[in-house]
Design a protein around this ligand. Structure first.
Ligand SMILES: [Zn+2]
Length: 255
């Protein structure tokens, strides 16, 4: 996408220090989800845009990509929504049936109640059929609406409330063999939102709260060296946020 489409208040001059986070001047916005396998759980953190997303997005490969990793829909034990924007929920339900029929689905209470209320105005490119209250209606009786600051999903996987982008925005914390990693959802869409505290977010419900959640996470990432992945990281790659020599924070890929 055109970077100025994604961040309308930022010009290409503003992007100059951050061009390495674009691809030849284009903004790459991967959409999908993360697969987390523990000893007994098969967890999806977000489930893409489905087969018929609004332009300029494209989709349709999610189940094929999972199959290539040896995972059938019935193998999935947990589906976690980092939040309920349409580009994170697309494969939850298809033809009024739950795609992952044996999985427990989890959404933060603050998101569920907001997206199903009259307060939700929709996002820029969303059509009626993309709206969470339309897409997720078949889940209404069975979704696990968790509340509060955190929930241990299974040992080693903790959901953490990080509101602002949406009221119930959720970070997925993974701990394994003494190592920690964070799936940040849309707490930041591009590393530039973690590097530059003045950079705007995208489609944030509460701008100030979203920026302070991002700043808090960024400080944690730098202080602890914890690897992270954004919901829209190009290629879904992991990275670390470090203090650069020039005082500007920088992102270092995790090999
Ligand atoms: Zn998103």
């Amino acid at each position: 996408m055109d970077p100025t489409f994604v961040y309308p208040t930022r010009t290409m001059d503003d992007w100059q220090p951050y061009l390495r986070h674009l691809d030849g001047g284009e903004y790459v916005n991967s959409i999908g989800g993360y697969l987390v396998r523990t000893g007994s759980a098969v967890i999806l953190a977000d489930v893409g845009v489905g087969v018929d997303p609004p332009a300029p997005f494209t989709g349709g490969d999610f189940l094929d990509e999972l199959a290539a990793l040896g995972v059938a829909p019935a193998d999935v034990t947990h589906v976690v929504f980092t939040h309920l924007h349409f580009d994170h929920i697309g494969w939850a339900v298809k033809d009024d049936r739950l795609v992952f029929e044996r999985a427990k689905y989890f959404a933060h209470e603050a998101d569920w109640s907001y997206f199903f209320s009259d307060h939700y105005q929709g996002v820029r490119i969303e059509r009626q059929q993309d709206r969470p209250s339309t897409q997720l209606a078949p889940l209404a009786d069975s979704v696990n609406r968790w509340d509060g600051d955190q929930l241990e999903l299974v040992p080693g996987v903790v959901l953490r409330h990080a509101p602002g982008h949406t009221p119930g925005s959720t970070i997925v914390e993974l701990v394994s063999d003494g190592e920690r990693g964070l799936l940040l959802g849309d707490v930041a869409h591009n590393p530039v939102e973690l590097i530059d505290s003045d950079w705007p977010g995208v489609a944030d419900c509460e701008h100030d709260e979203a920026r302070s959640s991002a700043a808090r996470v960024a400080d944690d990432l730098v202080a602890t060296g914890t690897p992270f992945a954004l919901a829209h990281s190009p290629g879904f790659r992991w990275a670390r946020l470090v203090e650069g020599h020039d005082g500007r924070r920088e992102v270092v890929p995790v090999q």
